[in-house]
Write a protein that binds this ligand. Structure first.
Ligand SMILES: Cc1ncc(COP(=O)(O)O)c(C=O)c1O
Length: 432
């Protein structure tokens, strides 16, 4: 009997070993992927024991004490929500919380937008801005009538690096248009416009609605007007990514200007919207995709297809963050309080820009022109320093930033800005 049992155990062991070796064989071809560069930077920063170290890599707001900031209005609505006796944990509808999606559409497009009054917007709640980009890209990959230019999307050079992966994942090839001019540390406007003009008709162009990531360089209103003219002329499609409404200038309306102007002019477009930065709800993943359609009937058809796509991707979006934002957007007092909180964040960043500019150009007389620091907008600033200087800042001064010279202004505060300016000054002079 014992012999039979041992025989059986050996047989099972053999099976396990065989299964494992088959599995090892099947996954043999999976290469090790490199770590995400921003998260790698943060990990290196955390390990560094130097007392004056600074993290300027991460794109998240920090207060003057370098701490994450829970917006007071978010604290308030969290209390309201948790004390609601009717609160349950049922599924949301596939396309999201209706009171959230409709208020979110009004926030970005404007309540008096012809798209809103004409009921021509298909809005779907998404997994923050990244999810909105993904769902928008997936929708285009299924339904957009790409012209002779092929299944391609034009991205600004440079752009948020995730855009490349998001479009590659749905088999739309990303290609780039000129955007940033390193000589002026500003917008390469004419080359950008020329690309819009010479591209095949009906191309898809991804545009950052405000606070361009990573450069902080936005077109002026006059330039946006010219961009819209050419897009209309060529029958292109505008894929707007709006991750920083309100966070850029402190003004929700001003930061939505380009999107609203394009809608007014009848440019075919969609908008990806995130509440990560402007509501400080990074981890709650609150966002929306709004496809502006030519008619109400087309919007209904588009929404039905977005619902089908969403069903197989995430089934139902998460409830908590959407409920928080819905409370804020649908109550005038809470909304006014949110606007004050937004101004606090944007205002602190604008102050840091002014102080950095003052330190570099007036006090330290750092070689070069630093006006772009105050002209750029939003979370990020492209300093214009080269990769050697960026690397020296990290290796010698313990200042963590991406090698393209991009800094997150939110990582600067009244305690560390002088150390940063002095380190940058030395890096530029090659004295680090
Ligand atoms: C340009 C841009 N788009 C989209 C996002 C998406 O952010 P999230 O998915 O956290 O809303 C970001 C975040 O950094 C961004 O900078």
């Amino acid at each position: 009997m014992a012999g039979r049992v041992n025989q059986l155990i050996n047989h099972l062991k053999g099976d396990t070993i065989n299964t494992m070796s088959v599995q090892a064989e099947s996954w043999h071809g999976v290469p090790q992927a490199p770590p995400d560069s921003i998260f790698k930077l943060t990990a290196a920063y955390k390990e560094d024991t130097f007392p004056q170290k600074i993290n300027l890599g991460v794109g998240a707001y920090r207060d003057d004490e370098d701490k994450p900031w829970v917006l007071p209005v978010v604290k308030k609505v969290t209390e309201i929500l948790l004390n609601d006796p009717g609160l349950d944990h049922e599924y949301l509808p596939i396309t999201g919380l209706p009171s959230f999606t409709s208020a979110a559409a009004k926030l970005i497009l404007g309540a008096d937008s012809p798209a809103i009054t004409g009921d021509r917007v298909a809005s779907v709640q998404t997994i923050s801005g990244t999810g909105a980009n993904h769902l928008g890209a997936l929708f285009l990959s299924r339904f957009y009538g790409f012209g002779e230019g092929g299944r391609k999307v034009w991205l600004s050079n440079p752009t948020w690096v995730n855009h490349f992966a998001i479009f590659n994942n749905v088999s739309i090839e990303p290609i780039t248009y000129p955007y940033y001019d390193p000589d002026t540390i500003g917008l390469a406007f004419q080359p950008f416009l020329n690309t819009l003009r010479t591209a095949a008709p009906r191309c898809v162009f991804l545009l950052h609605a405000c606070a361009h990531n990573p450069t902080g360089v936005d077109p002026t209103r006059e330039q946006w007007g010219q961009i819209a003219d050419v897009i209309l002329e060529k029958g292109h499609y505008a894929f707007f990514d709006c991750a920083y409404q309100g966070f850029a200038s402190g003004d929700l309306e001003g930061d939505a200007w380009a999107v609203r102007e394009f809608v007014k002019r009848g440019v075919p477009l969609l908008v990806c919207q995130s509440f990560a930065k402007n509501a400080g709800l990074y981890g709650e993943r609150v966002g929306a995709l709004h496809v502006v359609a030519p008619t109400k009937e087309a919007a209904q058809r588009i929404k039905s297809q977005l619902s089908v796509l969403q069903r197989s991707e995430i089934s139902n979006p998460p409830a908590h963050g959407a409920r928080l934002v819905s409370l804020i957007l649908n109550d005038q007092t809470l909304f006014d309080e949110w606007k004050r909180d937004i101004r606090t964040m944007a205002g602190r960043i604008i102050e840091m820009r002014k102080e950095l500019f003052r330190l570099l150009s007036e006090e330290l007389k750092t070689p070069g022109n630093w006006e772009h620091i105050v002209n750029q907008i939003g979370m990020f600033s492209f300093t214009g320093i080269n990769s050697e200087a960026s690397q020296a800042l990290t290796e010698k001064a313990h200042v963590y930033l991406t090698t393209n010279g991009r800094i997150s202004m939110a990582g600067l505060n009244t305690h560390n800005i002088r150390y940063f300016a002095e380190s940058l000054d030395k890096a530029v002079r090659g004295q680090l």
